[in-house]
Design a protein around this ligand. Structure first.
Ligand code: OGA
Ligand code: MN
Length: 222
């Protein structure tokens, strides 16, 4: 499916316009794809910070919600590093997210109350097979978001995100992981995958959550 992505034409550094569009998109179709939507100052700061994080700070990503997160290279090969407010870049990121969350809560009534996110590094040859970020009934991950930090991505580089519009969709919508692109979608409704990358690929994956009263255990990444 080919469709023109949204673009952020803002010059004043505020993202209200993009946040409004995300709300409208989620309301009408459940997902939102926005090119050059991350404020460039924030994107540069995050990319710089990423450069200072050593490989040791990245952990191999696991699958599933069990406390014993197992590594499964048949499903995903990326390494992750959780983002906290301890770094300057992390603070700015979480501030931008908090602004977005206000818009989303006003416009969507999803009752989002928290957010978690991590950097992902996919090395050459890595991928993440088709999956959901949350499952109906047990989900407190409501809204997924992915932001890309790769300059000059070309078609030969591979590593596209493919977002499927429902469980039967085999074609999907292909997203190039270019710097500043912001993708948001309802976690329970959109299976998606990362195609094999042919160069180092950096993204931030984040999830807005609602409170889950039945959840009495720690929620490891899935
Ligand atoms: C994930 C994910 C997509 C991407 O981490 O759950 O689907 O494009 N990431 O990095
Ligand atoms: Mn995912």
């Amino acid at each position: 499916m080919i469709q023109p992505p949204n673009t952020n034409n803002e010059t004043d550094g505020r993202s209200d316009h993009i946040f409004e569009r995300i709300v409208t998109d989620i309301n009408t179709k459940g997902y939102s794809i926005n090119q050059a939507a991350l404020p460039s100052a924030l994107g540069n700061k995050l990319a710089q910070y990423l450069n200072t994080i050593s490989g040791d700070d990245f952990d191999h990503a696991g699958i599933g919600r069990d406390l014993e997160v197992k590594r499964d290279e048949l499903v995903r090969g990326d390494e992750i590093c959780w983002i906290t407010g301890e770094s300057d870049a992390g603070k700015d990121w979480l501030h931008w997210i908090a602004e977005m969350q206000l818009y989303i809560n006003r416009g969507l009534f999803l009752g989002l109350f928290s957010f978690e996110s991590h950097f992902s590094h996919y090395a050459t040859g890595d991928f993440y097979r088709r999956h959901y970020d949350a499952f109906k009934g047990q989900a407190n991950r409501v809204l997924s978001m992915v932001v890309y930090l790769n300059s000059d991505w070309t078609q030969e580089d591979g590593g596209e995100l493919v977002l499927y519009t429902n469980s039967n969709d085999v074609e999907g919508i292909t997203v190039t992981p270019s710097f500043g692109t912001v993708v948001v979608f309802l976690s329970e409704d959109f299976p998606h995958e990362v195609l094999t990358t042919h160069r180092d690929r950096y993204s931030i994956a984040g999830w807005f959550r609602i409170n889950s009263s039945t959840n009495d255990r720690a929620d490891p990444p899935s």
